[in-house]
Design a protein around this ligand. Structure first.
Ligand SMILES: [Zn+2]
Length: 175
């Protein structure tokens, strides 16, 4: 967005009604969280070493999908893919909540609490836990450790400022 447009928008903020402000905040928070997830995934994109379909090592960047993830196109089989193809996270929705969810796992919250903190259904919480835990170790792009290295800004609200965690954070890579 152009600098002037942005300043115009800021100037109009005082005119917003409370419901409008709340909607705006919701959109901004969602966007910021999404950016953090994409940043994390992009940071580990050197982990893409071969085509997940034919294992060819010759592929090229091929634009981004509608949700802004980098896509690749295999030069041998011509299929396109992103860093998540072949991982349990592929096709998982609500990416903006992933970081928060992974944090709840890191602090050892129960499924029920994790669902409540993150704002997803118990069923989703169950599926996500399975997906994050079962990311294959050699699939760097989706490894839990990669994702939880994300900025602490994205700790769930309920943990912020607390001295004692429900359980000490486990060391990365440990078992
Ligand atoms: Zn291929």
């Amino acid at each position: 967005m152009q600098h002037d447009d942005f300043n115009d928008l800021l100037r109009r903020v005082p005119d917003f009604t409370t419901p409008q402000l709340k909607r705006l905040r919701h959109h901004i928070e969602k966007r910021v969280k999404l950016e953090a997830v994409y940043e994390t995934l992009t940071a580990s994109e050197e982990a893409v070493t071969q085509c997940p379909y034919c294992q060819s090592k010759t592929f090229i960047r091929w634009g981004s999908s509608e949700n802004e993830r980098q896509r690749y196109r295999c030069k041998r089989c011509a299929k396109t893919f992103n860093a998540l193809v072949g991982s349990p996270l592929y096709r998982m929705r609500k990416e903006e909540l992933w970081l928060e969810y992974v944090e709840t796992m890191r602090y050892g919250l129960s499924l029920r609490k994790a669902a409540k903190v993150t704002g997803v259904s118990l069923r989703t919480a169950f599926r996500w836990r399975h997906a994050f835990l079962s990311s294959p170790r050699d699939h760097k792009a989706t490894s839990l450790s990669g994702i939880i290295e994300a900025d602490e800004t994205f700790l769930p609200e309920s943990f912020k400022g607390k001295k004692t965690m429900p359980r000490p954070a486990r060391k990365r890579g440990g078992r």
